[in-house]
Design a protein around this ligand. Structure first.
Ligand code: ADP
Ligand code: MG
Ligand code: ZN
Length: 628
């Protein structure tokens, strides 16, 4: 409704104005029957009098109450032919009539054509009338009827822009794996429930809490849980919804939101993606953004405007705290920051337990094993994983979710949809060699993560995949581990080259190369792991337009830049040689593994290692057993 009114204003006003001029042109001219006798040429009144005196006029028709005349006269210029002219007569020319009588010229007066006049009048009026009625309706609709239909000028009324949930129904029990954050926020529940406990001893209740963490870690869920535990209403809006095309709209939305919240206090206001409005003012390419700054200023004003104990607590979420305006983080605003990180293995297990509550799991399924298999998964990923598994179970018409469905769901969440396997062909063999290359190099390098499985079943973009079991618990990665990873990533391309020759290498290694180049560059520029020495040459790169640090990108000279490139190249070349050497020295086991892979489509890590061990020594890798 609102949208269509905007369109109406934007399009009809110019259309009406233009239309008005067209109609003016079409209607307000000569009456219709006068044009029948059309006289294209005009004659001045003086000339007409001359013609009269010279007896050249044969007839005169008067129109418009005697203001215009169509004159028939002999034209001397064109062989004395009879011509018609149009003459504008002076208003007061009564002597003309007597003159015509005197000369015996036939003349006739034509009455004003009323309909023509009416049409002309209407033509003149219809558009202003339309315009005025249009505006009238617009303004009438904009009169303040909160919640009424179609409020044209009320762009700022945030109706339907923020959601209000009287009861979220989420409890702390539903949030798992982020214990520290939960403990921090437990206190907020107490603020809402028993503010007097704090105010009695003169404590100021914090107004704002900033939840910082990657997407899907449960920030929204946590905010809802606070409202649910405290039994207060939950107002939520996304930062991006504040920012509109019209300057001032966002600010008025903020005002509105706070007004509603004050009426419903105690309550929680949740602002998702606050970085959309709260970004550093005056930063980014093209200077500031008026609308966003006004919105942010309004937000700051509102946060200052209510007393700490009105019972409103604002919770905001972001994954880019670094770009936030420092004014937002000042005491009295979002002075509490709570980090919500991706869960560790214990956290994952707890999250799985929460989401397994309402699912039918086969007794063979152990949630520990799933937690172990899913390093890096967020709460949202895990919820999604169990749901995918349940869908697969239903599709396969099974009674309960088994390990197979879980496995398939993990692969699907990580690598995308399963495709149909390639038919046996040269390109399938090449892909098999590529994957076995990754897996073999990974297996034979002491510092590489162990292979979990190799598969030729396409998923997402990939034609084949080699999965490794990462050792997530170790926080620090050594230089030799990084080099082992680069070498393993080169294993695919190395196999293509060693087996099929340099001319036959394919585009299949594109993704690998991109990844390993990034790793090699970081070794040089960020971790000081090259001959350039322990220097940090690049800060972590953020997107240019996102925040304050876009001017401080490269902190080195051009000669250093060239040396960086040389170092990166040296690292990658060394690793590539290692990978090719491993593959050349293990040709027979490679061929056997490829045949087996083409036959079975998937080889799991244990079997893979057993086969390799028949041919050569497989380095012991510390088996990583996560502690639960
Ligand atoms: P965020 O706001 O951090 O992006 P959400 O709170 O929207 O993440 O999480 C999306 C969904 O993922 C939730 O509705 C919930 O089902 C699940 N989820 C995420 N984190 C957790 C968690 N810590 N515990 C339980 N479920 C979670
Ligand atoms: Mg969210
Ligand atoms: Zn590859």
């Amino acid at each position: 409704m609102k949208f269509s009114w905007k369109v109406l204003v934007l399009w009809t006003v110019p259309a009406l104005v233009i239309g008005f001029f067209f109609w003016q042109g079409a209607f307000a001219s000569v009456p219709a029957d006068m044009t029948k006798n059309a006289a294209n040429t005009r004659m001045t009144y003086g000339r007409f009098l001359e013609y009269l005196d010279a007896d050249r006029v044969s007839s005169v028709d008067l129109y418009e109450g005697g203001r215009t005349a169509i004159v028939e006269a002999v034209d001397q210029d064109i062989e004395n032919r009879i011509q018609r002219w149009r003459v504008d007569l002076p208003v007061n020319a009564p002597e003309l009539i007597s003159k015509l009588k005197e000369k015996g010229i036939s003349f006739d007066a034509h009455p004003m054509r009323n309909d023509g006049a009416i049409w002309g009048l209407l033509g003149n009026l219809i558009f202003p009338i339309l315009l005025i009625t249009g505006l009238f309706f617009l303004f009438r609709r904009s009169s303040n009827l909160p919640g009424g239909p179609g409020q044209a000028m009320n762009f700022g009324k945030s109706k339907a822009r923020f959601q209000m949930e009287a009861k979220t129904g989420v409890k702390f029990d539903d949030v798992a794996g982020i214990e520290e954050a939960k403990e921090e926020l437990q206190e907020v529940v107490t603020f809402l429930k028993q503010p007097e406990r704090f105010t009695a001893v003169g404590a100021r209740i914090p107004k704002g809490v900033l939840l910082v963490g990657p997407p899907g870690t449960g920030k929204t869920l946590l905010a809802k849980a606070i409202a649910g535990e405290a039994g207060v209403p939950f107002f939520s809006i996304s930062g991006s919804e504040f920012v509109e095309m019209f300057v001032g709209v966002g600010a008025s939305r903020v005002r509105d939101l706070f007004k509603k919240a004050k009426d419903n206090a105690p309550c929680i206001i949740f602002i998702d993606e606050i970085d959309a409005v709260g970004r550093q003012r005056g930063a980014g390419i093209g200077g500031g953004n008026d609308e966003r700054e006004q919105t942010l200023n309004q937000l700051l004003t509102e946060m200052d405007g209510f007393e700490g104990n009105t019972g409103i607590i604002i919770i905001a979420a972001t994954n880019r705290p670094d770009v936030l305006d420092s004014a937002l983080l000042r005491p009295g605003r979002f002075d509490r920051q709570v980090t919500v990180d991706a869960p560790d293995i214990k956290g994952r297990l707890e999250i799985l337990q929460v989401h397994a509550r309402n699912k039918k799991l086969d007794t063979s399924v152990s949630l520990d094993a799933i937690a172990r298999r899913t390093p890096g998964f967020t709460g949202a990923d895990l919820a999604n994983l169990l749901n995918e598994a349940a869908i697969l179970t239903a599709r396969r018409r099974k009674e309960a979710i088994t390990l197979r469905e879980i496995d398939d769901a993990v692969d699907r969440v990580v690598a995308g949809m399963e495709g149909t396997p390639l038919v046996d062909s040269k390109s399938k063999r090449l892909i098999a060699y590529h994957e076995v290359g990754h897996a073999l190099v990974g297996t034979l390098l002491k510092d590489h993560d162990p292979v979990q499985k190799v598969t030729l079943i396409p998923r997402g973009q990939a034609q084949g995949l080699t999965w490794f079991t990462p050792n997530e618990e170790q926080g620090l990665i050594s230089r030799s581990q990084l080099k082992a990873r680069i070498t393993g990533a080169l294993g695919g391309r190395a196999a293509e080259e060693v087996i099929f020759g340099p001319a036959e290498v394919t585009t299949g290694a594109g993704g690998d190369l991109q990844q390993l180049s990034g790793m090699a560059r970081q070794m040089v520029t960020r971790f000081g792991m090259s001959d350039l020495g322990p220097l940090s040459l690049e800060s972590q790169q953020g997107e240019v337009f996102l925040g304050r640090d876009w001017t401080t990108r490269s902190e080195y000279s051009e000669s250093i830049a060239a040396r960086i490139d040389a170092q990166v190249k040296a690292i990658v070349e060394e690793c590539y040689e290692t990978a090719k050497k491993i593959l050349r020295e293990n040709r027979s086991v490679t061929d056997r593994l490829v045949d087996l892979l083409i036959e079975k489509e998937t080889i799991d890590g244990t079997e893979f290692r057993q086969i390799v061990a028949e041919y050569t020594d497989v380095p012991e890798k510390p088996q990583y057993v996560p502690q639960l």
